[in-house]
Design a protein around this ligand. Structure first.
Ligand SMILES: *Cc1c(COP(=O)(O)O)cnc(C)c1O
Length: 449
């Protein structure tokens, strides 16, 4: 049997996946029940297959897709770490999965308690004072963060239009700023891959609403000049946004709230081990300090007098941005993950993610040029420029990697490195799987010769 055939090609007239018991009530012709004008002239061309053929067909299709349960998935900036199965067990628990979102608060105390405790945990991890769990993706979190920044300035009677974005930022940052109605101005990087402070100074003016910093940035570099950037923004009362999708490199080590950021988003589906890819679902909570808390969307979970309930945020709120609970099943997975990793475990997660990336970089840098020199955080960028001169591009290397059963890295991003290959191994890989990947990359380099 050929499992890559279309299911229609497997069809044999009369083959069935079910047997229906004989009818024990008088039969009436369907024409009589529905009316002849509602019937098709010809039977629908549906595949006629047995149950096991259906199962094998779809299992075979599912295995054609690469996934973290099947093999290494070092797709840079995506944190494709392994997702512990206990998350799935608990998310599928019918006490949660079968809740109706319209149930009154007194019947969903357990779900609200989990959301409340997750809010507390994420505030502890990030060092902020208030949080919304509503946004349904990292990019939607950015959008919410930008609306909060807009509201902050409007509340002070000014309508600022400019968002500063370093050229090492994730691509969703300028896109979200544009959708929120801002104009974006790019800030250049210095040769070390951090913000060029002179270029930043030249772009600070009283139309700047804020700056969005991906940290670590898309080169895998931790921005060390945060106090200087903060100071420059303070001269015009502009806000400091951290794109926290790369929190996998930081948690347990530093807290963005302590570093001086005003607002950040997290990607629960990346750093907190929820399966993702194929466009969703996601969850991008937004945490803020006191400057912005009154503007948060409604429906944060509060606890008072033994009772959990949704707050209505005040008049200054930007308003709800998702129906009901946000993506509750993802919140639940993140909660289970946080509770099973534990406070000490988080630091280990980040350290292992950083060590794994640096190990791979050390093994590969004599074959592929690093985008930037020095140690890296949880991911790094290689350039296939040297390989391209021998006739093989980053894209060809990515395709060849598929033959080794691993997902290729992110290619041609970030834009500031030519023939970029952005590699994020994550902390869940063993030394053996890192070596397997490094050996494959080195073999490909030899094959080019
Ligand atoms: C993935 C990512 C985003 C966007 O998050 P989505 O959930 O895909 O919308 C933003 N910034 C960075 C750095 C990312 O890695």
């Amino acid at each position: 049997m050929n499992y890559t055939q279309l299911i229609f090609e497997l069809s044999k007239p009369g083959r069935r996946g079910h047997t229906i018991p004989e009818c024990d009530v008088p039969e009436r012709p369907v024409e009589e029940l529905l009316g002849r004008n509602h019937l098709r002239r010809n039977a629908a061309p549906l595949p006629e297959v047995a149950e096991n053929e259906v199962v094998r067909h779809f299992v075979a299709l599912s295995q054609l897709n690469h996934n973290v349960d099947k093999g290494f998935y070092p797709l840079g900036s995506c944190t494709m770490k392994y997702n512990p199965k206990i998350n799935e067990r608990l998310a599928a628990n019918s006490g949660f999965a079968a809740l109706h979102p319209d149930l009154p608060e007194q019947f969903v105390q357990g779900a609200l308690q989990i959301m409340y405790e997750l809010q507390q945990d994420l505030l502890e991890i990030t060092g902020f004072t208030a949080i919304t769990l509503q946004p349904a993706a990292g990019a939607q979190g950015e959008f919410v963060g930008l609306l909060l920044m807009q509201q902050y300035h409007r509340n002070k009677g000014r309508d600022r239009k400019t968002i500063l974005i370093p050229d090492s930022a994730h691509g969703t940052n300028p896109a979200s700023a544009a959708i929120a109605g801002f104009k974006t101005v790019t800030v250049a990087s210095n040769p070390g891959g951090m913000i060029d402070l002179t270029d930043l100074q030249s772009k600070i003016n009283d139309d700047v609403a804020g700056l969005m910093l991906t940290n670590p940035n898309t080169l895998g570099i931790f921005e060390k000049q945060i106090p200087q950037i903060r100071q420059a923004l303070d001269t015009v009362d502009a806000l400091f946004y951290m794109d926290g999708a790369n929190m996998n490199a930081l948690f347990g080590i530093v807290r963005p709230g302590d570093l001086g950021f005003d607002v950040m988003h997290l990607n629960l589906h990346k750093s907190f081990s929820t399966p993702h890819g194929g466009g969703g679902p996601g969850s991008g909570p937004v945490a803020v300090n006191e400057k912005l808390s009154e503007f948060l969307p409604g429906a944060t979970v509060e606890f008072n007098d033994g009772f959990y309930y949704f707050s209505d945020n005040g008049e200054k709120s930007i308003g709800e941005i998702h129906s009901f609970y946000g993506n509750f099943a993802l919140l639940l997975r993140a909660y289970v993950y946080i509770r099973s990793v534990g406070a000490k475990g988080f630091r280990k997660v980040a350290e292992s993610a950083i060590i794994n990336a640096n190990y791979l970089l050390a093994r590969l840098k004599e074959y592929y040029d690093p985008g930037y020199q020095g140690v890296t955080m949880h991911e790094f960028v290689l350039s296939a420029e040297k390989q391209k001169q021998r006739g093989i591009k980053a894209l060809d290397i990515a395709k060849r990697l598929l033959d080794f059963g691993v997902h290729p890295p992110t290619v041609y991003f970030p834009l500031i490195v030519k023939e970029a290959m952005m590699i994020e191994p994550t902390e869940t890989e063993s030394k053996e799987s890192l070596d397997y990947f490094a050996d494959a990359m080195i073999q490909i380099d030899r094959e080019i010769d």
